[in-house]
Design a protein around this ligand. Structure first.
Ligand code: COA
Length: 155
């Protein structure tokens, strides 16, 4: 468990389990109104082996979530999803989730997809060392392009 006392609201980063299904379901609907995962995917991300799944917790409430897995013979970590409830944003929670997930994946690099229009997330990723390496036209259901960002890890 990682404690971050300098943040405005004290939060902890903890391993998520199937018991977080309701909290994750709520977070998904709020954070991804256009692309929220179906229930089966949420159950999968909380239960499949070899997935790093972490939650940010404030007062026993799940306020942020990240999941990632290792691919390409364990060399590349992919962030499958990251979200923080709106009222808890801009406190460093996503940054802490990403750092802890990168550490636990322990891969040479970490990659993620992001909507071209998601400037808030893109700014955050750039500020913490991610660089765009490619894009996928029409990746999302509504036709928006995905940008692929990568961070080369120092560990
Ligand atoms: C993108 C998202 C995860 C960011 O979460 P967050 O917890 O607000 O992220 P952080 O607080 O770590 O960083 C956000 C900004 O707050 C700033 N910040 C961090 N701690 C801060 C603090 N104590 N006080 C003020 N600002 C702070 C960061 O520097 C960062 O600034 P930047 O945007 O210029 O880089 C969140 O907006 C979200 O859930 N969006 C909807 C879902 C989504 O788009 N997910 C990404 C899909 S690819």
């Amino acid at each position: 468990m990682l404690n971050l006392p300098s943040s405005p609201l004290p939060f902890t980063i903890e391993i998520a389990t199937w018991r977080d299904l309701n909290g994750l379901r709520y977070l998904e609907q709020i954070c991804f109104p256009r692309d929220s995962w179906p229930l089966l995917d949420l159950i999968g991300v909380l239960t499949y082996p070899n997935i790093v799944r972490l939650k940010a917790v404030i007062n026993n409430r799940l306020v942020g979530f990240i999941a990632g897995d290792r691919r390409d013979h364990q060399k590349v970590g992919w962030i499958a999803t990251i979200g923080v409830l709106p009222e808890f944003r801009h406190q460093g929670i996503a940054t802490a989730l990403l750092q802890e997930c990168e550490n636990r994946l322990a891969t040479t690099s970490t990659r993620l997809n992001v909507r071209r229009s998601n400037l808030e997330a893109i700014t955050l990723y750039k500020n913490i060392g991610y660089r765009q390496i490619s894009s996928i036209p029409n990746y999302y259901q509504d036709g928006e392009d995905a940008l692929i960002f990568e961070k080369v890890n120092s560990h």
